[in-house]
Design a protein around this ligand. Structure first.
Ligand SMILES: Cc1ncc(COP(=O)(O)O)c(C=O)c1O
Length: 351
C-alpha cells in the first residue's frame, strides 16, 4: 500500500509543547521586524506572479547558478515532493538512505516507487559510504535519495563521497536543508546528476515563510515548473516578497546562530564524554545528533523527560532505530544547557 500520510510529521506538529524542546532541529525563529523594510515592499496588488523572477534571481545568485536551474517551492518539503514527482514513475526503483527523514520515504512511496535502502552505519558515524550505496543498487535503480547534512545524525558527506556516488550512474536527490550550517558548497556544483533541495527553514529560522527551492539542470527544472501547475500553481506572492527581503539581509538573519550552534555542540560533546550510557560521534556540524542509548528503546526516555522534566527528545523509532534518539542544537545556549542537564537526570532515573 502506498503511503498516504506522514505519521512523523503529524507527531512533530502536534506533540505537546515542552519548555526545553531538544526535539528542535532549527535555530530560533527570526523576527522579520528586525530588518529594515517597509509595507510598500510587499506588493499587495493581489496579482499572481508566475516563477517570480526576483526571488529566483536571489536564490540563483546565492549559489552562483543560472536562474533557469531554480524552481521555487513551499519549503524543502514541497521541493522534495515536486522533485521526486518529476523524477519517479510508478514502479521505479528508488534507493533511500537508512536511517532517514521519514517524509522522503513517504513521498517516494506515494509516487509508487519500489523503495530499496542503503545503510549509513552508526559505528561509522553514519558516514555516507559509496560502497554501501553501490552494494544496494541494481541496474533498475532510477534515483538515489539522501540528506546532507544527514538527518538524523548531522553527518556531513564530503565532495569525494558525493562524486563517487555520481559515478554510479543514477540521478541523486539531496535534501540540503541542514547543509548551510556546515559551510560546504552545494552538490549542485558537482554535476548534472545532482538535484538539490533547500529552504530558509532550519539554518535561518524562517520556517513560516515556506521559502524553499530545487536546483536542477534547466530541462529538468522546467519539467518541475510545469508539474507544479498541477499542484500549487504559484506561491503566495507576499511570502515571495518577504523571502526576497530576508535574502537581501541574509547576514542579519543568520546573526549569532553559528556561534550559538558551536557552543551547543561543544556542550553536547562534553555531556557525551561524561556518560557511558549514550554513544555517538562527537557533533562537528549542523543542528542534530543521533546518539544510541544503552537502555534500549528511547520512547521511555522521551516519556520520562516529558512527564518529569518539561523536556523532550525525538525517539529513534521515528528514524527506524528505536534505541537511538535525535537531539537538536537549535535552542538558545542557556536553554540548551538546561535541557541537557534535565536529559542527564532522566537518563539517571532510568539507569
Ligand atoms: C531533512 C529535512 N527536510 C525537510 C524538512 C522540512 O523543511 P521545510 O520547513 O523547508 O519544509 C525537514 C524538517 O524537519 C528535514 O529534517
Amino acid at each position: 500500500m502506498r503511503t498516504m500520510q506522514s505519521d512523523y510529521m503529524h507527531w512533530a506538529k502536534f506533540k505537546r509543547p515542552v519548555r526545553y524542546a531538544l526535539t528542535s532541529s532549527e535555530v530560533p525563529h527570526f523576527h522579520l521586524d528586525q530588518l529594515d523594510w517597509s509595507k510598500a515592499d510587499l506588493d499587495c496588488d493581489g496579482a499572481s506572479h508566475p516563477r517570480y523572477a526576483r526571488l529566483r534571481e536571489r536564490i540563483a545568485a546565492r549559489y552562483g547558478v543560472a536562474v533557469d536551474q531554480v524552481v521555487a517551492a513551499d519549503g524543502t518539503s514541497m521541493a522534495n515532493f515536486l522533485a521526486m514527482a518529476a523524477l519517479i514513475e510508478p514502479g521505479d526503483e528508488v534507493l533511500v538512505e537508512h536511517p532517514t527523514y521519514e517524509p522522503l520515504l513517504g513521498a517516494a512511496s506515494f509516487l509508487g516507487a519500489t523503495i530499496k535502502r542503503f545503510e549509513r552505519t552508526a559505528s561509522d558515524g553514519f558516514r555516507l559510504d559509496p560502497a554501501s550505496v553501490r552494494a544496494a543498487m541494481s541496474d533498475r535503480t532510477k534515483l538515489i535519495v539522501l540528506t546532507n547534512l544527514h538527518n538524523p545524525s548531522g553527518a556531513l558527506a564530503g565532495e569525494t563521497e558525493l562524486r563517487a556516488i555520481a559515478d554510479l550512474g543514477p540521478r541523486i536527490l539531496i535534501d540540503e536543508v541542514y547543509l548551510d550550517a556546515a559551510g560546504q558548497r552545494s552538490a549542485v556544483h558537482l554535476g548534472p546528476a545532482f538535484v538539490i533541495t533547500n529552504s530558509l527553514t532550519k539554518v535561518y529560522g524562517l520556517s513560516g515563510l515556506r521559502c524553499g527551492w530545487i536546483l536542477a539542470e534547466p530541462e529538468l527544472a522546467e519539467r518541475m515548473w510545469r508539474l507544479n501547475d498541477l499542484f500549487g500553481v504559484n506561491q503566495a506572492h507576499q511570502a515571495e516578497r518577504l523571502a526576497c527581503i530576508a535574502l537581501d539581509h541574509i547576514d542579519e538573519v543568520i546573526g549569532e546562530n553559528p556561534a550559538m550552534l558551536a557552543a551547543n555542540r561543544a556542550a553536547f560533546n562534553a555531556f557525551l564524554a561524561g556518560r557511558d550510557d549514550i554513544s555517538c560521534a562527537p557533533a562537528e556540524h549542523g543542528i542534530t545528533a543521533f546518539p544510541r542509548w544503552a537502555g534500549g528503546d528511547t520512547q521511555c526516555l522521551d516519556d520520562r523527560l516529558r512527564a518529569a522534566y518539561d523536556t523532550a527528545i525525538v525517539p529513534g523509532r521515528w528514524f527506524e532505530m528505536p534505541d537511538n534518539f535525535r537531539i537538536g542544537f537549535g535552542l538558545p545556549t542557556g536553554d540548551f544547557a538546561e535541557g541537557l542537564s534535565r536529559l542527564g537526570r532522566a537518563l539517571d532515573d532510568l539507569a
